[in-house]
Design a protein around this ligand. Structure first.
Ligand SMILES: O=P(O)(O)OC[C@H]1O[C@](O)(CO)[C@@H](O)[C@@H]1O
Length: 449
């Protein structure tokens, strides 16, 4: 069999019986049917299912052309967005690029530095980012499906002003790329007014499922990654998720097994990685599952750790604290780079027993030892193996998690495609800011502060 992203639950065997999997299999196949027949809750947000094989080819070509232009006329690209309009692009760029992408010499990197903003409301962060941009050439990719989200809107105002001061209104307009709804929202209206090039977040694709639309693809392409290969990988993941029987269907098995553990009291899933480049894939995954499943007082709490780093902090809790969690390890089978440990004539640091071994051999030994220790500590372990770091396997990985998430949400009995809970903080913030229309809530909240 060719190499592919795989799911393995053999280390969770003592926590889950084959009989239980058999019971859950039927429910999982029903949930899959609800998803693919588009008969479940949230069925107007299922455009992501076919995206890898059914996307706007004309827009795809425009994305590549825009990426080329940004590469040729900008030292820096600012990617403005939050949540689903941020995390997919960052996950992909950090996963696929050099670990120190932004500080590599331009003659080596050959693509613009890429910075993300509009994902917090920190004046310090924005001011410091301005310092980094300096008076260099830059472009902006403003991403917001609704076009009204406060965090990115503020960052956009700040950097649009800087861009217009540098290039004039017309010159700035040629450096602003807006990814938003095809027709509505203030970002779309502003773009039409000012003549920005626009890209579309399809109506039927929610933010957290949008990495394979222009939302993710434009910044990813600017970084120099191959977006054709990313889509090919996603298409391979889609084929496997849609066509394989349960026994060979990794996405369905993952959905089924995490729900078995949830029903047995494991209410936290920790996504663990042993490569720093995977950190933002975990952040993307947390939004995917957190917003999709955490509702109606239900859901697994999605957490993440970077290992072995966090073994020296959170490792204690995972090994020995309250027994509420299971762990899913993302294992990068072949690392991008390899280093062999040298031998020293005098073994003062006591490391000569590792001489001739690779650093990845040590990393994998740490991983395998940790899995056994955690399993012994009553933390069931799943493993998702990514054969190597490239666009194709990342596409497969994205699709694997997205499909599993849709199925898992239906297994849980929630609408995986809405996020009503996100509105609460916004209402309070708008009231406290004095936004017109929120006067009554403002009075109430001020009394409570
Ligand atoms: O793309 P938008 O509309 O700015 O939304 C960004 C993010 O904000 C949320 O709507 C939550 O506030 C997320 O679901 C979404 O990914």
């Amino acid at each position: 069999m060719s190499r592919q992203v795989t799911f393995d639950y053999s280390k969770a065997g003592s926590f889950i019986s084959e009989e239980e999997i058999g019971y859950m299999k039927k429910l999982t196949l029903d949930a899959k049917e609800t998803l693919v027949s588009k008969t479940g809750a949230g069925n107007d947000f299922l455009g992501w299912i076919d995206l890898p094989v059914d996307y706007d080819k004309e827009e795809f070509a425009r994305i590549k052309a825009a990426a080329k232009k940004i590469q040729s006329d900008s030292d820096v690209l600012l990617v403005i967005g939050i949540g689903g309009s941020y995390l997919g692009a960052r996950a992909a760029i950090e996963f696929l690029s050099h670990s120190f992408y932004n500080v590599l010499d331009k003659s080596v990197r050959k693509t613009p530095e890429i910075y993300f903003c509009g994902n917090s409301i920190s004046s310090t962060y924005l001011k410091h980012l301005m310092d980094v941009v300096g008076d260099r050439d830059f472009s902006i990719n403003m991403i917001s499906k609704s076009g009204t989200t406060t965090e990115p809107a503020i960052a956009f105002r700040v950097f649009k002003e800087k861009l217009e001061a540098k290039y004039g209104k017309k010159g700035a307009a040629e450096r602003i790329y807006a990814t938003t709804d095809k027709a509505k929202g203030s970002l779309k209206h502003l773009s039409d007014e000012e003549g920005y090039e626009t890209f579309v977040v399809p109506d039927d694709v929610g933010g957290r499922f949008s990495v394979l639309t222009a939302v993710g693809l434009l910044p990813i392409a600017v970084s120099g990654a191959d977006i054709d290969k990313l889509m090919e990988g996603a298409a391979s993941g889609r084929k496997r998720a849609l066509e394989n029987d349960f026994e060979e269907n990794d996405a369905l098995q993952y959905a089924a097994l995490r729900n078995i553990l949830l029903r047995k009291g494991k209410s936290v899933e920790i996504l663990a990685n042993y490569e720093p480049a995977v950190h933002y894939v975990s952040e993307w995954w947390k939004q995917l599952f957190g917003e999709s499943e955490g509702k109606d007082n239900k859901g697994l709490f999605p957490a993440s750790v970077d290992l072995t780093t966090d073994l020296h902090s959170m490792g204690q809790f995972i090994q020995d604290g309250s027994r509420v969690m299971f762990e899913t390890v993302i294992n990068i089978d072949t690392p991008r780079e390899e280093l062999t440990i040298g031998e020293e004539p005098v073994d003062l640091d006591g490391l000569n027993y590792l001489a001739g071994k690779t650093v990845d051999f040590v990393n994998k030994s740490a991983m395998n030892g940790t899995i056994l220790a955690h399993t012994d500590g009553q933390v069931p372990n799943f493993m998702v193996t990514v054969p190597e770091v490239n666009e194709f396997y990342l596409g497969e990985l994205f699709y694997f998690f997205e499909f599993a998430c849709g199925v898992s949400g239906y297994l849980l009995g929630v609408n995986p495609f809405n996020q009503p809970g996100v509105e609460s903080y916004k209402k309070n913030m708008f009231a406290l800011l004095g936004k017109p229309g929120y006067e009554a809530q403002r009075e109430e909240l001020l009394k409570r502060l």
